[in-house]
Design a protein around this ligand. Structure first.
Ligand SMILES: Cc1ncc(COP(=O)(O)O)c(C=O)c1O
Length: 387
């Protein structure tokens, strides 16, 4: 294939309209804490189908604030999947709480509801399911468990903007949903995040915590023509800038188109990888009653059937100019969590087994069929040379 011998893992999709919106916001009087963020919040809430959306400057900030407003404190435990990004597990730690890992479901790679049950103690306060790769978790079972044990559910929707479980979008199921707008995500504001909720009291408190714990924003003070404000809580500066909000609004207008492109690219990958020569490669499993927005396209490499292990395939694809990645090293294998939880002997059999096999292939809205065919042909060639 000519002029196509490097394919990065991810290429952002920034259009002329996005750039125009960003420049316009720079020409406005408000650069942060202004009307664009409020507009973005309203449009986002409408898109998800919730009453409130609170913008913040990352999903990490969103998860942190969600733990704060649930009053997670020292001694409290929060159940999180062991196969996730560090930010999910760090959120309770920021508040003095403890993340408790649960194993995953082998097919969907989402948190296993059965293992959530094994991890519940008297100290458990909340569960943070992560809709891994863009496919919703088994929310029916998770919500039943939460109700039976009086636990809060905060959805980590970093991967799942636009994904549906039984025709309802993620971000609707828990008491809060936390979204990421990091460059590789379904929608990007460079860095950024959003919290969705139907609870008005929580929404108000989240807005206060986002802005230094102040009871009035700069925009409120200008419209009141009063300088006075009180600090009513220990807050942070977690605001999204106006440029980021303008970019978010522009991107939200074509989010459905972007998701369609991802789904189309994923189904082409699956078609190409279903060739008999590639029967040792397992393509992503799709559970019933759920849509998958394919933030990630994760294959499993079965060594016994391909003659190659994941690490070797990773290296060979990288050597061929194809950007691949692994999502994720299970958290219990990482130094910080071993030390923090003072436990070197944690074991999660499914996550450990799956971790040996998973490989994320390039997937972004502008990825062409030609490039996908180039990637899958390379995989086929590498495996053929091993057999
Ligand atoms: C599952 C998950 N949760 C949380 C985050 C944190 O998002 P952010 O980078 O916006 O803080 C990420 C980021 O990749 C993620 O993948």
């Amino acid at each position: 294939m000519k002029n196509c011998d490097t394919i990065p893992f991810y290429v952002p999709w920034i259009t002329k309209d996005d750039k125009k919106a960003a420049v316009e916001s720079l020409n406005s009087r408000w650069l942060t804490g202004g009307p664009k963020a409020a507009q973005f919040e309203q449009k986002f809430a409408d898109y998800i189908g919730v009453k409130h959306a609170i913008s913040v400057n990352s999903c990490t900030a969103a998860l942190h604030l969600s733990m704060r407003v649930l009053n997670i404190k020292p001694g409290d435990e929060v159940i999180v999947p062991v196969l996730t990004f560090a930010a999910t597990a760090n959120a309770p730690i920021f508040c003095g709480g403890k993340p408790v890992f649960a194993d995953i479901d082998e097919k969907t790679l989402n948190i296993s509801p059965d293992d959530i049950l094994n991890r519940i103690t008297k100290k458990t306060k909340a569960i943070i399911p992560v809709h891994y790769g863009g496919q919703p978790c088994d929310m029916k079972k998770i919500l039943e468990i939460a109700e039976d044990h009086k636990l809060h559910v905060v959805e980590d929707c970093a991967h799942s903007l636009g994904a549906k479980y039984n025709d309802k979008q993620t971000g609707n199921f828990g008491i809060m949903g936390c979204f990421s707008f990091y460059p590789t995500k379904i929608l990007t504001t460079l860095e950024g995040g959003m919290i969705t909720t139907n609870d008005e009291k929580l929404a108000k408190r989240l807005k206060v915590l986002r802005e230094h714990g102040m009871n009035k924003t700069a925009l409120d003070r200008e419209s009141d023509a009063k300088w006075y404000y009180d600090v009513v809580d220990l807050g942070y500066n977690y605001r999204l800038t106006e440029l980021q909000a303008a970019l978010g609004i522009s991107q939200l207008e074509r989010v459905t188109e972007g998701i369609k492109k991802r789904i189309k690219a994923a189904s082409y990958y699956t078609q190409k990888l279903s060739s008999p020569a590639l029967r040792g490669i397992i393509t992503p499993y799709k559970a019933p009653n759920r849509s998958h927005v394919f933030h990630l396209y994760v294959i499993k490499v079965q060594r016994d059937k391909t003659g190659i292990n994941r690490d070797e395939l990773f290296r060979k694809l990288t050597d061929n100019g194809i950007g691949v990645s692994v999502h994720y090293t299970p958290l219990h294998l990482l130094s910080f969590y071993k030390k923090f939880l003072n436990d070197n002997s944690m074991t999660f059999p499914t996550a450990e087994h799956v971790y040996e096999q998973i490989l994320s292939l390039p997937l972004f809205p502008t990825l062409t069929k030609k490039k996908i065919a180039f990637i899958t042909n390379k995989i086929e060639g590498i495996i053929a040379s091993k057999m």
